[in-house]
Design a binder for this molecule. Structure first.
Ligand SMILES: [Zn+2]
Ligand SMILES: [Zn+2]
Length: 350
């Protein structure tokens, strides 16, 4: 099959023939119809993610059609339209059985633990547990565009922060996952404040339901941002998310919370951002804020997200701003060296 592969970290992706994946007995082979291009793919490509070894095929935000079914798979058949979360879980451990598949100890992360979906086909193990049937009305590009970003934002706000109507939500960083948080937050009835250095992203956030925004200059003063958030939200945000994963956005997020506020860490903090300082006395102890993490979504929560989409409360297709052929995947990833861009790019030709 054709796949976009890199031989060494940071080497250009090359589209060439690679061996077809073998169908697991408990899994399926999916013919990939669409796959999102994400900043996590860039992390994998640069070698920043320790799970990834080269040569490697990235891609974890796929949708497609079941082509082959292993003999132990019961719920799916050839021709089914499907997607899957990027964290494929074991389906049998206490975490999985308790509904918390994203913290499964035996997880396989598509496009990281193994080769991903910048390819014509991908194997999905333990398909009965991990595969998600696509609603008929949802096309492959929209499903892939929801990728890890809309699903992660949904879990962050609905399942983790339990964001309530009327609450203030501050979104720090308006790339794909930040914009998804803006859209879902607004749909949940929260008042959304979007914060970014990129004015184009701020404009998109406003289109997607942000009530107000702060456009940061490059050399902003952290205390001034805190004051501005407090003023806009009447004392601080109830819920605040760091959708980027760097020390500055994390600090801005926890500092902009009101007393008893909830911070959700959505962005993956890598390298020098892995262990930022936390003002334990001032924020966690005195203001009694909560700091929580989130990563991915279990397959079992897709139906709730699909319901929200079917009811017209959110429209993830609005986030997809670029459709490209497989040959352009490498350039799309390399472009993330600099400015991340706003909106989501999806590969739709393989
Ligand atoms: Zn498990
Ligand atoms: Zn992703």
């Amino acid at each position: 099959m054709r796949a976009a592969i890199f031989e060494k970290f940071k080497a250009p992706l090359e589209v060439r023939q690679v061996p077809d994946p073998a169908c697991p007995a408990d899994g399926v082979i999916v013919r990939v119809k669409a796959c999102g291009v994400c900043r996590s793919d860039w992390h994998a490509w640069t070698g920043a993610d320790s799970d990834v070894s080269a040569p490697h095929v990235p891609g974890h935000e796929f949708a497609g059609v079941v082509e082959e079914v292993g003999k132990e798979c019961r719920r799916f058949k050839a021709g089914d339209r499907v997607t899957a979360p990027f964290i494929l879980a074991c389906g049998a451990c206490p975490d999985c059985l308790g509904g918390d598949a994203t913290v499964c100890n035996h997880q396989f992360v598509v496009g990281f633990s193994g080769w991903g979906a910048f390819a014509e086909r991908i194997a999905v193990p333990r398909a009965d547990f991990n595969l998600v049937p696509l609603p008929e009305a949802m096309d492959f590009v929209d499903a892939a565009g929801m990728g890890c970003r809309v699903t992660t934002a949904f879990r962050a706000l609905v399942d983790r922060a339990k964001l309530q109507p009327g609450e203030w939500l501050a979104v720090h960083g308006c790339g794909g996952v930040g914009l998804s948080a803006v859209m879902i937050g607004a749909a949940l009835g929260a008042q959304v404040l979007a914060i970014d250095v990129n004015l184009e992203a701020i404009g998109l956030a406003a289109d997607l339901g942000a009530e107000t925004a702060i456009g940061l200059t490059k050399h902003y003063d952290a205390r001034e941002i805190e004051e501005e958030i407090r003023e806009i939200t009447g004392g601080g945000a109830h819920v605040s998310v760091d959708a980027l994963g760097i020390t500055e956005t994390f600090h801005n997020s926890i500092r902009g919370l009101r007393k008893l506020g909830r911070h959700v860490q959505i962005g993956m903090p890598l390298g020098p951002h892995a262990e930022p300082t936390v003002p334990l006395l001032e924020l966690v102890y005195s203001r009694q804020i909560t700091i929580m993490g989130t990563r991915g979504i279990p397959a079992s929560r897709f139906p709730a997200l699909f319901e929200m989409i079917a009811a017209g409360r959110i429209d993830p297709s609005r986030l997809v701003t670029n459709r490209i052929p497989l040959e352009e995947a490498g350039a799309a990833i390399a472009a993330m060296n600099g400015y991340t861009g706003s909106g989501i790019t999806v590969i739709d030709r393989f």
